[in-house]
Design a protein around this ligand. Structure first.
Ligand code: NDP
Length: 334
């Protein structure tokens, strides 16, 4: 089987991965699962903004990916052999399967992909993107009918689900995204407006798009983007710190929030969360998302790159914005 091992931490925390960070290995013997373990043929792999932090060793959602081991990633595939009572060959599963074609993991770390649902949806609407958007929006953002919700990186995988969940909750939704085409998609999925931050001044746009203030900020970007939104928060607003993609690569120096004092005077609650802390609730959230996925109410886009060896270069797309939807690698088995 083939895999990528994290051989060394990147010397620079931004930009393309240099030679030697990942070691590509072919002809690795496929291990046999031991008691409690499952062997999974990986068919889809997820590339996430956190992947870069796991490589860099900077603080992130999980501890850094250990050196000398298969690089960490979420994935989905089919069980080829099982020593765990809950799984049998042929079952469709997802979990932390790593940058490899065949993964041996403990059965307790896996989730079953619901029948009739494509494997890739378990890494998108039913997986990290949907679970994250749901938790951030409903647990922390709590939009009420008629509230104004602003979502940053709104055309992305998490952002686009957050937009649709907020629309479904009766909110007026304003997206922020990086190209006219992305903004068109954000409007297509129900946002009232979408600000192209590369062409427009976000703070100025908020002044006229949100005259009564923003009730919920669902922020995926952090840094200067978050700072530009803070002067526009409404009294008792909620600021959901979902992500800070403008900051993950590091190397840009400190990013002070100049406008934090609006949080104080407007009595605002700002709260971060990590979706993996809430695994006990995944079934409950899936039960809400699954019918909406099946009836077409929740739409998503996927940006698929072909083959494990395409992964190292594709990771950069998340940071220059060239991905159009959930970034997935389709693992071609040789
Ligand atoms: P996306 O599909 O949204 O892709 C990332 C997008 O971010 C890019 O396409 C780009 O879109 C935008 N972006 C990148 N750099 C910048 C920048 N400097 N300024 C503004 N926008 C930028 O990725 P995900 O949906 O996977 O992740 C979205 C966010 O959600 C991330 O911050 C991620 O870390 C976070 N997240 C948080 C989780 C949690 O548990 N809290 C779990 C999963 C994800 P554009 O062209 O519009 O600039």
């Amino acid at each position: 089987t083939r895999r990528y091992v994290l051989a060394q931490r990147p010397a620079t925390s931004t930009g393309p991965l240099e030679e030697g960070v990942l070691r590509y290995e072919e002809d690795v013997p496929v291990p046999s699962p031991q008691a409690g373990q499952v062997l999974v043929k990986v068919e889809w792999m997820s590339l996430d903004p956190a992947t870069r932090s796991w490589m860099n060793g900077t603080p992130g959602s999980l501890p850094p990916s250990p050196l000398g081991e298969t690089m960490r990633a979420l994935g989905a595939g089919t069980v080829s052999a099982s020593e765990h009572p809950d799984y049998a060959a042929g079952d469709r599963v997802c979990g932390l399967l790593g940058w490899q074609e065949d993964a041996v993991v403990h059965g307790a770390t896996l989730r079953r992909v619901p029948e009739g649902v494509p494997l890739n949806a378990s890494l998108n609407v039913l997986g990290i993107a949907g679970q994250t958007a749901w938790l951030g929006l409903h647990d922390i953002g709590r939009p009420r009918e008629g509230d104004t919700v602003v979502v940053t990186a709104a055309a992305g995988s998490v952002g686009s689900i957050a937009v649709q969940l907020a629309v479904a909750a009766g909110a007026r939704v304003i997206g922020v995204a990086g190209t006219p085409a992305k903004c068109a998609w954000v409007r297509e999925i129900g946002a009232d407006e979408c600000v192209d931050y590369r062409q427009e001044n976000v703070s100025a746009a908020c002044s006229w798009l949100c005259p009564d203030g923003i009730d919920v900020v669902f922020d995926n970007v952090g840094g200067a983007m978050l700072d530009a939104l803070l002067p526009h928060v409404a009294p008792n607003a909620r600021v959901v710190l979902c992500g800070a993609i403008s900051r993950y690569e590091g190397g840009h120096g400190p990013a002070p929030l100049h406008n934090w004092f609006h949080l104080l005077f407007k009595r605002v609650r700002m709260e971060g969360f990590i979706y993996l802390d809430h695994q006990a609730r995944f079934d409950e959230i899936e039960a809400d998302l699954l019918p909406r996925l099946r009836n077409g109410e929740l739409r998503s886009r996927e940006h698929v790159v072909e083959g494990l060896t395409a992964a190292p270069e594709a990771l950069g797309m998340l940071f220059d914005g060239t991905n159009t939807g959930k970034l997935l690698v389709r693992i071609g088995h040789s």
